[in-house]
Design a protein around this ligand. Structure first.
Ligand code: FAD
Ligand code: NAP
Length: 338
């Protein structure tokens, strides 16, 4: 185990923010992780970075940063209907999606091209195009450094919600997720009703559905709409899509009859945050080194590569206040602020 000091994190966060970590350890195998946690002098707090695609670094990171590159996939169980796979947490999420598709195992094809690692996927219950990772997770194993032991969280114990889990709440800052066990299907059911998937399949002339065809459609849509973090620093959607009650919904729909909405249940409606932000005039704005992406108002960007985390945070605060005063809706940041 090698501890490096004062390491720039610019290459390790998708916003491309240049701040240093006081102590930095890159982990390539489980044995190195054991060594780290056997070391009682490890400077606190301990933080984990996977792909760095859901964090905003607003100041130098004190304590110890663990960069997770621990990889491996084990087939635990296989029958005619499904497979059970334990995937080590440093695997790249999209590589795992492609691996599963190649094997003919379905369930995560709608989640293609989401950046980051397998270990971060349960953290915010990654979701896209009508599928959430909770739908295929059987177990999450984590080293709990306060309790000093490994804990297995079954699906229920993970307390998954919309972009939420126990790892973002009660266990935040206390665990290193070491592996995730997935149950994937050999007999496929397709989810193509969401967003532009069907339109894209039609455009590509796909007559016979397959998990690869669905993933290819998702990849094509995402590539056309979302900025590539390698070219423009960003962390995907900065805010969650808010859910509002029927009283506020009725008031707003009277005033804005074209407001898009999706019923969550009888009394609650999800409103796309991107629409609210666009209505407040932020879509495509440039502000100093930062801005809001021209094709997707939910995505804040490091527009010239020189932004600080604080600049991006300030822009997010301005957006939040503007949406609050115009719509009486308090947006919640999805990105983890460090
Ligand atoms: P990081 O940014 O490294 O970490 C995020 C948080 O998880 C941090 O708090 C970190 O400490 C913690 N963490 C990471 N690994 C571990 C671990 N092993 N154990 C314990 N804690 C850990 N998200 C979606 O849900 N849906 C999308 O469609 C989507 N699209 C995106 C598109 C773009 C262009 C970008 C840039 C981001 C997008 N995201 C999306 C957000 C992001 O990709 C996901 O949240 C992803 O799961 C983050 O993975 P990561 O490894 O980069 O996490
Ligand atoms: P979109 O298809 O233009 O839709 C806009 C919003 O409306 C989405 O955020 C989605 O909410 C909601 N929506 C659309 N169709 C819906 C339906 N049939 N039922 C319920 N809600 C519906 O969105 P987009 O920006 O291109 O993104 C496509 C997908 O990728 C979305 O699921 C989005 O969440 C995901 N994505 C996530 C991130 C991230 O960083 N978290 C970044 C990019 C894309 P939901 O977000 O709840 O699905």
């Amino acid at each position: 185990m090698q501890v490096q000091t004062n390491v720039s994190l610019k290459a390790y966060n998708s916003f491309g923010i240049d701040v240093n970590a006081t102590n930095f350890i890159e982990l390539e195998n489980a044995q190195q992780l054991e060594e780290v946690f056997a070391n009682s002098y490890l400077p606190q707090p301990i933080r984990v970075i996977g792909g760095g695609s859901n964090i905003l670094l607003t100041e130098p990171v004190k304590g110890t940063v663990l960069l997770n590159r621990i990889k491996g996939i084990t087939l635990l169980e296989e029958n005619e209907e499904h497979v059970l796979l334990e995937v080590l947490s440093g695997e790249v999420w999209h590589d795992f999606v492609l691996y599963a598709i190649n094997k003919g195992w379905g369930g995560i094809e709608n989640l293609a091209l989401i950046p980051g690692t397998v270990g971060a996927a349960p953290m915010q219950n990654i979701g896209a195009y009508g599928v959430e990772v909770k739908d295929v997770i059987a177990n999450v194993r984590a080293w709990h450094w306060i309790k000093g032991k490994y804990i297995d969280y079954d699906n229920e114990a993970c307390k998954f919600g919309y972009r939420d889990s126990i790892f973002k709440q009660k266990e935040k800052g206390k665990v290193f997720i070491t592996s995730v066990t997935f149950k994937l299907q050999k007999k496929h059911t397709f989810n193509t009703n969401y967003g532009a998937i069907q339109e894209e399949l039609d455009k590509q002339g796909i007559k016979e559905l397959s998990i690869k065809a669905v993933a290819d459609a998702v990849i094509a849509i995402r590539s056309s709409k979302l900025p590539d973090p390698k070219l423009i620093g960003n962390a995907g959607s900065f805010f969650k899509n808010p859910t509002i009650g029927s009283e506020l919904f009725n008031k707003l729909i009277d005033k804005y009859p074209k407001m898009p909405s999706y019923p969550v249940d009888k009394h609650r409606f999800k409103i796309p945050a991107g629409w609210l932000i666009e209505k407040c005039g932020f879509k495509g704005v440039k502000q100093g080194n930062t801005g809001v992406h021209e094709k997707q108002a939910l995505v804040l960007i490091n527009s010239n590569g020189n932004a600080t985390g604080l600049e991006i945070w300030r822009l997010s605060e301005e957006i939040l206040q503007s949406v609050l005063s115009r719509f009486n809706i308090l947006l919640e940041r999805e990105v983890q602020i460090w």
